[in-house]
Design a binder for this molecule. Structure first.
Ligand SMILES: [Zn+2]
Length: 398
């Protein structure tokens, strides 16, 4: 049995991958959990393209796969489980559990360590969540994980059959728990005691930092519960939550070439360990009084002023500040890229009062802008202080 499995490894894997992809895609169409935010046509070429690249990268880099290393270890008596007298089935179960724990811990590390997060965040930059998200990993992350997996397999002395079964099951569960499919709430509740369900894993793809940093399991749900990283549901609900990261909000980022360079683009952001608090939305230092702004205008370093009101408000009665750039709040995510060069420079956000500009400020800070302030009271306050006249030049407020 074991030999038959091992001899047909590539065919078995391909059949499982194709079967799961087709099955889950059909299920997603018949009973979707959420309305799609972005069409398959925009996302799938990149997500499936990276699968092809990863397969090639693995074949070219590693002469043997994990199963091969397990077979060699068995033959030469390497590793823990090849040196203890246990029945085969016990060794298979132990190996399966420990491999899953290793993958869980590796996933936690990829979130915690800033440089590793840069690689892993490409997986999270998908703006929607479906079966193809489960196969979308940066090639460098794939190669690093394979290196680590080979080392774990050898050190553990995991039986080759256990490794093959583990890899196939992990691949299948990863596609299942990324799928946009609807399960009855009761079924989900029962099922998530034995396997990570889509509702459980979707929490991990939330834009909210604490939610992203929970539910790391891809396969068995127990590690999250045992080790304290479990979160049952997203705060905004499954329909209301936002998928993805605060950077890479532009759908253009879903293209394969953009995906590949994402580890090198922009700041590391506030998701990994020791980056929390960089860009707290209600940071005290983030407000600027009209008089203080007036003092800063015309002096170096000149702040970039972004007015996030709609174009007709910008041109309207309250006027706008001289030199202000008008980027309406809903369009801000698409402009993050061309604002990149202002990341280290002072930026002041302006709107009618301060509601929209405060939201915009949080967005910019999350995207790694270091010096972002909100004009307190907005243009209403500015105009009040400068008098009833048009405020479209930086008249000094009283
Ligand atoms: Zn993750």
């Amino acid at each position: 049995m074991a030999n038959i499995l091992l001899a047909h490894e590539p065919a078995i894997r391909l059949a499982f991958f194709g079967g799961m992809l087709g099955g889950m895609a059909a299920w997603e169409t018949l009973a979707p959990r959420r309305r799609r935010a972005i069409s398959r046509w925009t996302r799938w070429p990149g997500n499936l393209g990276i699968v092809v690249l990863n397969t090639l990268a693995l074949r070219l880099t590693f002469p043997v796969a994990a199963v091969g290393v397990a077979a060699i270890a068995e033959e030469r008596g390497w590793g823990l489980l090849n040196n203890v007298a246990l029945p085969d089935w016990t060794r298979i179960i132990i190996a399966f559990l420990l491999l899953d724990l290793a993958i869980y811990l590796q996933h936690v590390m990829f979130h915690a360590v800033p440089a590793l997060w840069r690689l892993h965040r490409m997986h999270h930059a998908d703006l929607d969540f479906d079966v193809t998200t489960g196969a979308r990993f940066h090639p460098v992350e794939i190669l690093l994980s394979m290196g680590l997996k080979l080392a774990v397999v050898a050190a553990l002395g995991a039986p080759a059959v256990a490794v093959l079964v583990f890899e196939i099951v992990l691949n299948a569960t990863s596609m299942f728990n990324h799928a946009n499919l609807r399960l009855p709430a009761g079924v989900d509740r029962m099922l998530r005691w034995i396997v990570v369900t889509p509702d459980m894993h979707r929490v991990h793809h939330s834009i909210v930092v604490d939610e992203t940093n929970s539910n790391f399991g891809f396969n068995l749900p127990w590690w999250d519960r045992l080790l304290g990283t479990y979160q049952a549901q997203p705060a905004a609900g499954h329909e209301g939550m936002t998928i993805g990261l605060d950077i890479f909000r532009d759908p253009g980022q879903l293209r394969l070439d953009r995906m590949l360079v994402q580890p090198l683009v922009g700041a590391v952001g506030r998701y990994p360990i020791n980056r929390r608090g960089h860009g707290d939305a209600d940071d005290k230092a983030s407000w600027i009084e009209p008089s203080a702004l007036a003092d800063r205008l015309g002096r170096e370093p000149q702040p970039l002023i972004i007015d996030v009101r709609g174009p007709d408000e910008f041109a309207g009665e309250l006027g706008h500040l001289a030199g202000a750039r008008n980027i309406p709040l809903p369009e801000l995510p698409q402009h993050l890229r061309d604002l990149d060069r202002f990341k280290e420079r002072p930026v002041v956000l302006v709107c009618r009062t301060q509601m929209r500009s405060a939201k915009a400020a949080a967005m910019l800070r999350e995207a790694g802008f270091r010096d972002v302030a909100v004009l307190r009271g907005g243009m209403v306050e500015w105009a009040r202080r400068t008098g009833p006249a048009r405020a479209d030049v930086a008249t000094r407020p009283r």
